[in-house]
Design a binder for this molecule. Structure first.
Ligand SMILES: Cc1cc2nc3c(=O)[nH]c(=O)nc-3n(C[C@H](O)[C@H](O)[C@H](O)COP(=O)(O)O)c2cc1C
Length: 321
């Protein structure tokens, strides 16, 4: 006989959804919606928040949604419940990315505590990092974080790093040549009093050495900052998956967020560099497995909170029609 137990309340799950909305997303597009039906929360990809020029097949949208799914799982676990996650549970409803269900009450382990504590402090940092090597032990922890979510994180050796950054610069140029790219970036950049998009202050300076392809609003920012020299030997990581299905992309997003929260826990700053995975011919050159994201990590200054939509704007009463 199983002992009855009380599932988390609607209010607890709403708090968990609020945490999930702090996840990173392409240009802070926040392409997700949630439906709470205790003990489960359904996570939907929002087709109106895909960036069709930068992300024509919605791969990065699924990575963003996957990052929110990981954060939701973590928040429910941190609230003291076991958690079960089914990816793409309904073949008739492809926008339903995941159903995350709270189970029995369970003690919270130290890793969950530490990763959950990092959630509010994880920010994208587009500024130069210290010229200090990232210790091998820290890299090992990041690799382990990716592996636990079914992805593979590799650190580039010096020659690989230079090659990847060269490909990223080439990809950045190719993207700028796409029709409507600047207009699309502009729609998600720099305007004040918004609950989404990347505010102008979140963009760092350009790299005076011309090495780092940090995103800069594709020239749409009203004020360009004077370039400064970035660290000349950045630590560059590539996140990859075995396949490239929708489920693989959701896994990549979960792994990305686990890696980023682990980095935050370790005091490391990070910048996703997605231009090289946005140009298919260049993406194919990055790794043998399908590459999902390039990351730069290091020791950086404080980066601020970018805005998020209030939780009531992302909650659905009914499944989307
Ligand atoms: C799929 C994906 C791709 C991203 N690509 C880039 C990128 O190429 N350059 C960059 O500076 N930030 C990139 N980001 C970071 C987002 O811009 C960032 O998560 C968003 O603006 C919210 O800010 P936050 O991470 O500080 O919360 C990416 C994030 C995701 C999830």
């Amino acid at each position: 006989m199983t002992t009855p137990f009380a599932p988390p309340s609607h209010r607890v799950l709403t708090d968990c959804v609020r945490s999930a909305t702090t996840a990173p997303s392409l240009h802070n597009s926040q392409p997700w919606r949630f439906r709470i039906e205790p003990p489960a929360v359904e996570v939907y990809a929002d087709p109106d928040r895909r960036l069709p020029v930068t992300d024509p097949d919605g791969r990065e949208q699924l990575i963003s949604v996957g990052a929110a799914v990981f954060t939701l799982r973590l928040a429910i676990r941190r609230a003291g419940y076991q958690v079960r996650c089914e990816l793409l549970p309904d073949s008739d409803e492809p926008s339903l990315a995941a159903r995350v269900t709270a189970g029995r009450p369970a003690a919270v382990d130290a890793t969950t505590e530490a990763l959950a504590a990092a959630i509010p402090y994880r920010h994208t940092n587009r500024w130069p990092f210290a010229r200090v090597a990232v210790p091998a032990g820290a890299i090992e922890k990041l690799r382990d974080a990716a592996e636990r979510e079914g992805a593979v994180l590799t650190v580039a050796d010096p020659a690989g790093r230079d090659a990847i950054l060269g490909l990223a610069r080439a990809a950045d140029q190719r993207l700028r040549e796409r029709d409507d790219y600047a207009a699309e970036i502009s729609r998600w950049t720099g305007r004040a009093a918004r609950h989404d998009g990347v505010p102008a202050w979140a963009y760092g300076p350009g790299d005076a050495l011309g090495v780092m392809p940090v995103r800069d609003g594709a020239g749409t920012l009203a004020v360009a900052r004077a370039p400064v020299a970035f660290e000349p030997h950045p630590t560059v990581l590539v996140l990859a998956t075995d396949g490239d299905t929708a489920a693989d992309r959701l896994c990549a997003g979960q792994a990305l967020q686990r890696v980023l929260l682990t980095a935050t826990w370790l005091g490391l700053a990070a910048t996703p560099i997605s231009q090289p995975v946005e140009v298919p011919e260049i993406r194919a050159l990055l790794t043998r497995r399908p590459a999902q994201m390039v990351l730069r990590i290091g020791y950086g200054g404080v980066a601020g909170h970018t805005p998020r939509r209030p939780v009531n704007r992302v909650l659905l009463d009914e499944p989307p029609g």
